[in-house]
Ligand binder design. Structure first.
Ligand code: FAD
Length: 659
């Protein structure tokens, strides 16, 4: 067995993993990143529309600040988020944008003078101030009070990831590509690294590390129709689950994006609607204002996706030989705008639909898009139950998205959480807890276990096909654990997934090759994907309410009295067929923004018994404190700055602030 030693092992070379790695490296630690693909091919590169940060530079962003970003994010989460974490995030996002600008991200900029924009289907003229000229601009996105999504045309993730990757290279951080973490090495209390499989040679290597950070992205590929890349299979979350110690948070909270192109599911960005694009039905009529007068097409994603599906079910769809869908109309934005600000959308439409979106309508239908759930961490991105294990980005449940993520808040989370995790990892490694005293016997034991598993799969002559079982899992998830959920269908899904998990032990291979063998890889990953799917379906079945993206036909109201809590899923043992579910209460008495109406979507919900008391307490505290600026006011209501590394605590400056 080959053993590699490093201070910090980062599993995943996307935006989150690389930013965490850079932070730890800057503090003098030896850091190694492993990745399934070359780091610059990570899924972060697919992010199109933007990164949220309250810079307040352009006209539509004027008056923006951390308070508004915080409130939008909490409302977007349907009060499922950890409010202190949301504060940490909103406070750090402007710093993250500026750091990326300094590193070379070519953010689109404000241009002084008059510009034509499209709002609510109408052309308007706005004038940008001389003072803002050349500053980072932003566009409108769903569920936000201001134009807050900073962007690089519609190739934001690509620009961010390439810049981040170049910084990681400059910092001397090695990326071991085409390597897959297949198990975490741990003793039940402390994580000490991972067993890693070389996807080219098939060799299993033990990486021993003082701190291990999971940054493996989302698990969208457990669904049939998804905007996610095919490498988004959730293996990082799955190997954390298999420790039996680390918990996965809110796995039932799965986002469906309104505008996957139909039928392929490839995303066209929310920026299309942010820039003024409209949703039309089969009759060519705009329908969202009828359902959502306040925000129309720009309500949060969970709300828009549900309204679209309702409209289809009510018989208003367009139909094609692939089935029913709706239309996205960006023709009104004009060719010049599309060719500069929505270039990727233009190309996606051209290559995958054979249409020109400046002249034709884009067929769309909601598709699985984002995993709000993931490895549960504390505000320092550290697992509370398995020390030495950190998690960041889409793979984590930090938890700033609760039950619905706002557009643009994900790439922002990857960088912000990476900044915080890098410091937290370095602090941990500097503490007595951070010393690694692992015996190689433990690594050998995990190595042997995985080697035996692989040998058993390779030698299995069973009659099942991994490809077919994967397809059945994906069909089950899309049909029964989608946008609209119901107890009966969820129970059916749990039963089917359990059955598939049993059958997955009987997969036969045609090729025994240990190196690049897709059949072997599929068979090896399948039971883990099924365990994740079971966490999603079981969590959804147990949660008898509707919150954010989790909507139950049979329990249509949000129920703060019973369900203002985070789901924690653990896998109880190798032979288990379902996860063990526990719940972590969200403390209303500690909230800065007690639960209420989101400002869009359903108005009726079951109130938490503490909500009125907390509201009164906040009002009394403010009245007693007298005149306060907004920063002091905020700290009085819910202190959070102490949770941030010292270097990130400073206030953000905006145009018009006193110097
Ligand atoms: C089409 C699309 C458009 C989007 N647009 C936006 C947007 O405009 N704004 C926004 O905020 N968000 C957007 N998102 C969401 C956002 O892009 C992602 O949530 C975010 O980039 C995830 O970053 P990450 O670093 O957590 O993971 P990723 O970028 O997915 O990186 C995961 C890394 O983990 C590695 N990996 C995975 N498993 C293993 C393993 N077992 N062993 C070793 N390595 C492993 C992979 O190789 C990869 O390097 C979009 C998502 C999609 C699908």
């Amino acid at each position: 067995m080959r053993i590699l030693h490093t201070d910090v092992l980062v599993i995943g070379g996307g935006l989150a993993g690389q930013r965490a790695a850079i932070g730890a490296r800057r503090r003098g630690l030896e850091v190694t990143i492993i990745s399934l693909v070359p780091a610059k091919r990570s899924h972060s590169a697919a992010a199109q529309g933007g990164m949220q940060a309250s810079l307040g530079n352009c006209r539509g962003a004027q008056g923006d600040n951390e308070d508004l970003h915080f409130a939008d994010t909490v409302r977007g989460s349907d009060w499922g988020a950890d409010q202190q974490v949301v504060r940490m995030f909103a406070h750090t996002a402007p710093k993250a944008i500026r750091e990326l600008a300094a590193w070379g991200v070519p953010w689109s900029r404000v241009e002084r003078g008059e510009h034509s924009i499209t709002v609510n289907g109408q052309k308007q003229t706005v004038s940008e101030a001389d003072a803002a000229h050349g500053l980072i601009t932003s566009r409108n996105f769903g569920g936000t009070a201001k134009w807050r999504a900073c962007y690089v045309s519609d190739g934001t993730g690509h620009a961010m990831l390439y810049t981040m990757s170049n910084q990681a290279i400059a910092a001397g951080i090695p990326v071991h590509e085409r390597m897959e973490a297949v198990a975490l090495i741990h003793d039940g209390e402390r994580c000490c690294g991972a067993i890693v499989r070389n996807l080219m040679s098939g060799e299993l290597v033990a990486y021993l590390a003082r701190a291990t950070c999971i940054a493996t992205g989302g698990f969208g590929r457990i669904y049939r129709v998804s905007t996610n890349a095919i490498i988004n299979e959730g293996m990082g979350a799955a190997i954390a689950l298999e420790t039996g110690r680390a918990a996965l948070g809110n796995m039932e909270a799965v986002q469906f994006h309104p505008t996957g192109i139909f039928p392929a599911g490839i995303l066209v960005t929310e920026g299309c609607r942010g820039d003024g694009g409209l949703l039309l039905d089969g009759a060519g009529e705009r329908f969202m204002p009828g359902y959502e007068p306040e925000k129309a097409e720009l309500a949060s994603r969970d709300v828009v996706s549900r309204r679209m599906e309702e409209h289809i079910a009510a018989g208003h769809a367009a139909s094609s030989r692939f089935g029913e869908h709706l239309w996205l109309d960006i023709r009104l934005l004009g060719e010049a705008h599309i060719n500069t600000q929505l270039r990727e959308v233009q190309e996606i439409c051209q290559y995958f639909l054979g249409i020109d979106p400046a002249r034709e309508l884009i067929p769309v239908r909601p598709a699985q898009h984002y995993s709000m759930g993931g490895v549960r961490t504390d505000p320092h991105c550290h697992s509370p139950t398995l020390r030495g294990l950190f998690a960041v980005g889409e793979a984590a449940c930090w938890d700033m998205h609760g039950f619905n993520r706002l557009g643009g808040n994900s790439v922002a989370e990857t960088v912000v959480a990476g900044m915080i995790a890098g410091e937290a990892i370095a602090d941990f490694c500097a503490s007595p807890e951070g010393a690694l005293t692992v015996s190689t016997t433990l690594a050998e034991e995990f190595h042997r276990r995985e080697a035996n598993k692989l040998a058993a799969i390779a030698g299995n002559s069973g009659g099942e096909s991994a490809v077919e079982l994967t397809r059945l899992m994906q069909e089950t998830m899309t049909a029964n654990v989608g946008i609209f959920r119901h107890g009966d269908k969820l129970q059916q899904a749990v039963n089917t997934l359990r059955d598939l998990l049993q059958r997955s032990a009987n997969v036969g291979l045609r090729s025994q090759a240990r190196g690049p063998n897709p059949e072997l890889v599929a068979a090896y990953r399948l039971p883990r994907m099924l365990k994740l799917a079971l966490c999603v379906a079981s969590g959804a079945l147990a949660r008898e309410e509707s919150r954010g993206a989790h909507y139950r036909d049979d329990f249509p109201r949000r129920d703060d009295q019973k369900w203002l809590c985070r789901t924690l899923a653990r896998w109880p043992g190798d032979d288990a067929e379902t996860p063990q579910l526990d719940y972590e209460a969200l403390d209303v008495m500690g909230m800065e923004l007690p639960p209420g109406w989101r400002g869009y979507g359903a108005r009726d919900f079951i109130e938490h018994p503490d909500t009125a008391t907390r509201q009164a307490q906040l009002e009394q505290a403010l009245a007693a404190a007298g005149e306060l600026d907004r920063h002091a006011r905020q700290q009085l209501l819910m202190p959070f700055l102490h949770l941030l590394p010292a270097g990130l605590q400073a206030r953000n400056q905006r145009l018009g602030d006193a110097p």
